[in-house]
Write a protein that binds this ligand. Sequence first.
Ligand SMILES: Nc1ncnc2c1ncn2[C@@H]1O[C@H](COP(=O)(O)OP(=O)(O)OP(=O)(O)O)[C@@H](O)[C@H]1O
Ligand SMILES: [Mg+2]
Length: 136
Amino acid sequence: MDEKIIDIKGVSKSFNGKSVLKDINLYIRKGEFLTLLGPSGCGKTTLLRMIAGFLLPDEGSILLDGKEMGDLPPHLRPLNTVFQRYALFPHLDVYDNIAFGLKLKKVPEEEIDKRVRRVLKLVAMSDYEDRDVETL
Ligand SMILES: Nc1ncnc2c1ncn2[C@@H]1O[C@H](COP(=O)(O)OP(=O)(O)OP(=O)(O)O)[C@@H](O)[C@H]1O
Ligand SMILES: [Mg+2]
């Protein structure tokens, strides 16, 4: 498939006059798995924050599923971000941490169960679903 699900066009970003990202052009097609690799401070998180809508580019545009995101806030974008830290809710077990976003989206319970179990299996963590995240 060559459907572009993320399309970054000429994106630039500076902080206090210091250029961090300059004219970034990159697209990701459906089914592709992409890793951003680079030294600390090269702008990986900055790019992810702009894709998610937590930060706006100074120049350029970001299209998700072919739609220009403009200044659309994070919760209205068809995308989720898992942060480097604080990614887990301490009061929820493993299963409920994974199910959280799907519950918010009001995905049917049966579908949530199917999807949570599928990803747990994928990362070989099926035995951990009832674990408190503090004990991982
Ligand atoms: N809100 C901000 N205000 C000022 N400078 C910032 C801000 N956010 C990031 N920077 C600067 O932008 C540059 C890129 O930071 P960024 O966090 O995107 O790097 P990174 O590639 O994710 O690094 P790491 O591998 O350490 O996570 C760094 O020089 C950083 O200090
Ligand atoms: Mg980072």
